[in-house]
Each structure stands twice: as C-alpha cells, then as structure tokens.
Design a protein around this ligand. Structure first.
Ligand code: CO
Length: 146
C-alpha cells in the first residue's frame, strides 16, 4: 500500500460549540463548516479547514461529539473529559485493497468499510496494531482534485 494524503485529524469533544469557538477565537480558523449529525456512527461532526497553497484541499480537523447512545466516543470522553486527539485519517485510492493489505499485515480492521463523514468509504484500524494511533483509512473522493 502507498500512503495517501493526511485527510484529517479527529478530535473528540464534549461540545462542538465550545470547540468551534476555540478554533475560531484562539486558533484563528477562518473556514469552519456547519456541524452535522452522522447517526450511523453515533456522532455529530464539524470540520475545520486548515489552509494550503495552490488551491488544494488542506488537512482538516474533524471535531467529533457523541450523540446520545454513542459508546466509543463517550468512553473516550469519560477518560478525557476535555476531549482530545482521537484518530488520524489517511486517504487511499482503493478502500477494499487497503483492507486486504492491513489484514495481511495482521492488523485488526474494525468492521466493514462504511460511509464516513466525507461520503466515501472508511474503516478504522485498532490503535494497538498501529503504534498506538487509532487510524482511519478513507477512500479518496473521486471528484476531488488532490
Ligand atoms: Co475521522
């Protein structure tokens, strides 16, 4: 497998509203997208853009707040009440080939590929198999110019 672009860094938060204020007022973010619910993953999500040159898409910060009934993000917040860095997401050209690759390396892929926050297929790989980092693998959007 060839490593693709760092698409986003996932940050868990107990309050997207508070996090948005932080990214706007402290970090100086100028492009903060509208939050939206992703019920299939049990989360509310808000993307914050970081800029790049040449009109390319920059790496985003993905703010993730648990919806009621969510267990994985909620248990992260139980351990880290302020929130914190939760996962890193890298793009790949072919999500199914990437799953076969990671599994062939003995890495635990968590569930089947499913539609993620960008509308393309994603899966997560267990942090204990990934040098301690919960890793999201995302198929590069076909229409996007990267
Ligand atoms: Co993510």
């Amino acid at each position: 497998m060839k490593l693709g672009r760092l698409n986003h860094i996932g940050v868990a938060t107990p309050s997207i509203a508070e996090s948005v204020a932080f990214w706007r007022d402290v970090m100086g973010a100028t492009k903060i997208h509208e939050p939206f619910d992703l019920p299939a993953q049990g989360v509310k999500v808000c993307f914050v853009d970081t800029p790049t040159d040449a009109g390319l898409n920059g790496t985003q910060i993905e703010l993730v707040e648990p919806l009621p009934g969510n267990t994985s993000i909620q248990s992260f917040l139980d351990k880290n009440p302020q929130g914190g860095q939760h996962h890193m997401c890298y793009e790949v050209p072919d999500i199914h080939a990437a799953k076969v690759w990671f599994e062939s390396q003995g890495k635990r892929v968590l569930g089947e590929p499913r539609i993620g926050a960008h509308g393309t297929l994603i899966f997560f790989v267990h942090p204990r198999d990934m040098m301690g980092v919960l890793t999201e693998i995302m198929e590069t959007p076909k229409s996007a110019a990267h």
